[in-house]
Design a protein around this ligand. Sequence first.
Ligand code: PMP
Length: 412
Amino acid sequence: FFPGIKELPPDPLFGLKARYTADSRADKVDLGIGAYRDENGKPWILPAVRQAEAKLVASPDYNHEYLSIGGYEPFVKEAAKIILGEDSLAIKEGRIVSQQSLSGTGALHLTGLFLKTFYSGEHTIYLSKPTWANHNQIFTSVGFKVESYPYWNNETKSLDLDGFLNAIRSAPKKSVFLLHACAHNPTGLDPTQSQWTTILKELDNNNHLVLFDSAYQGFASGNLEKDGFAIRHAINDKLINSPIIICQSFAKNCGMYGERVGAVHVITPPGATGEAVAPVLRAIKSQLNKIIRSELSNPPAYGAKIVAAILSDKDLKKQWQDDLTTMSSRIIKMRHSLRDLLTNELKTPGNWDHIVNQTGMFSFTGLTPEMVARLEEKHGVYLVSSGRASVAGLNEGNINKVAQAIDEVVRS
Ligand code: PMP
């Protein structure tokens, strides 16, 4: 009854996790999945989240009723302010529709379906090479043609800006370009602020639709404004004259991975504001609602209420910013320790400065698939075959072992 159905190989990341779990070595190290770990290698519930949970549960209004189709209104409003900034031009001019989504993945999927139906431009999406593996699947599954733009120059371990700009110029006009707002996954390499200006202007010259994937705001640098730079620059400096879509996740920056808290923000181009654009915004909202209704009826409430509680309370928000600093600074410290161990102590062949120059959860180590396989087999150190390591998995207790293991596989 299901002719031709074949079993697929496990998802590379979740397959890695399964091998890690099955490994009985006591000193195994998981540098695979992109989830924050504390200095003891354990998942961390942010103090801001704990406090917001306590407050939420104690409230007389606490219940498990359905949300509306578009989500928890206080959450989507605050989420827009966090990503765009309180004084955002798009908010002031009333050019934004915000809807809740099933975290970042759901936001991307919803965007894909929406664009496939309503976008008058090309149904081809350009993804950075490399990118988060799920991007390809998400957009293919909704019928988009997927292409890539050069991003990572493996020789120089830096941005291939010329290649990127050439791809923008040679893509059919009005294509869709997906940009990682910060903490690029998997390379940890972000454009500089002046490179962002160049990239955004070139995208605008070619009338492409810009889709920002913002999965790590505040997690990369600890600073929400800095990590939101590209998005705010594009909007507040009116660099882009086509719609902009933002897919926002609170999985990493609130440590709410399993609660699926996210949002989609559709921003209409500069020009028409207020009442002039209101009917279009209402139409966009109603069509997004139609998709959401058919797919999940209404989004999950618990995580959205917690994030809303954090974002709308001065003290909780301050606590959250401290938590962001705790996470980002521990990761930055681990980057420095690893680079120093490899370069100064072990004198491992090669240059390891890219580990400290990269940002966010990941380091694109430059280790080959063979080296990665040997790390796993011989040393019980697990990372994806591309050489991407989740720096959050490092701590004082395992970093010496990991450095020695890397040294061994590089030399062998
Ligand atoms: N985009 C990127 C670049 C990511 O790395 C991730 C998470 N790994 C996501 C989106 C979506 O994550 P989630 O669905 O958990 O919010």
